[in-house]
Design a protein around this ligand. Structure first.
Ligand code: NAP
Length: 250
């Protein structure tokens, strides 16, 4: 049986999550690729990893649903029998709206998926990795956003606020488990060219915003994945509670 480390990536089927899954597999991780709805996209990431000699599985589960989260981690236990890394990547935006136009349903969905889901997934990961629970240690990377700094006015202030919660959660959890072999860090991507902008009704957002970015271009999912893999690796063994901007200077 392989003793290669195991990584779970929420929202690993597309965009930044898929890039993390591919890069992790190329660096020797076995990968659990979580997705919400797009099974074909998740299976395509799994097939690509396997075609290059890696090991991966796709696991359906909505991180906005506590029962799905529990089942997803149980699937990792059954298939791999260990967990060494977890990336809280699944996240949503919504249609551009002012705060005074937002419904309670929109705000609650945003917070349930982006905040509650990430906290519950981190809790499951800590139960498996922390030496306090008999684990061998590990690393958690939370995907935040530069929206924390910018606030995303007239687009999605609720989203920006949900990512601010992720930053504070990262600092607190990192300190809580610092003596238990678990490092917890966050990445704040800037404008990255993925499908998320179309899902918020602004398919050209990444290209349209290029001139507002000091480096004059959107980033790629692969560029974010490089930073995530650094924080998962032993190269960052003294880094915890850190929040790294990957934003082209924005
Ligand atoms: P994306 O292209 O829209 O991909 C989203 C991924 O998350 C997909 O794999 C999707 O699965 C999955 N997902 C969505 N809702 C989910 C749920 N409830 N449960 C489980 N999985 C779910 O997004 P992205 O641009 O790669 O963004 C990834 C992360 O980076 C998010 O947290 C986002 O907020 C953050 N971020 C992105 C940018 C950017 O400019 N792209 C900037 C800053 C931060 P399906 O394939 O099944 O739909």
């Amino acid at each position: 049986m392989s003793d290669a480390p195991v990584l779970l990536v929420t929202g690993g089927s597309r965009g930044i999550g898929a890039a993390v899954c591919r890069l992790a597999a190329s660096q020797g991780w076995r990968v659990a690729v979580n997705y919400a709805a797009n099974a074909a996209a998740a299976e395509s990431v799994v097939s690509e990893i396997k075609s290059k000699g890696g090991d991966a599985i796709a696991i359906q589960g909505d991180v906005g649903n506590a029962a799905d989260i529990a089942a997803m981690f149980q699937a990792v236990d059954r298939h791999f029998g260990r967990l060494d890394g977890m990336v809280n990547n699944a996240g949503i935006v919504d249609q551009p709206q002012r705060v005074d136009e937002m419904s309670v349903e929109r705000i609650e969905r945003m917070m349930r998926i982006n905040i509650t889901g990430s906290i519950l997934c981190a809790a499951e990961a800590v139960r498996r990795m922390s030496t306090r629970h008999g684990g061998k240690g590990g690393a958690i990377v939370n995907i935040s956003s530069m929206a924390v700094i910018i606030g995303s006015p007239s687009q999605y202030v609720d989203y920006a606020a949900s990512k601010a919660a992720i930053d504070t959660f990262t600092i607190g959890l990192a300190r809580e488990v610092a003596t238990e072999g678990v490092r917890v860090n966050a990445i704040r991507p800037g404008i990255i060219d993925t499908d998320i902008h179309a899902s918020g009704g602004l398919p050209d957002r990444a290209r349209d915003m290029a001139s507002s970015i000091p480096m004059q271009r959107p980033g790629t999912a692969a560029e974010v994945a490089d930073a995530v893999l650094y924080l998962l690796s032993s190269n960052s063994s003294y880094v915890t509670g850190a929040i790294m901007n990957v934003s082209g200077g924005r």
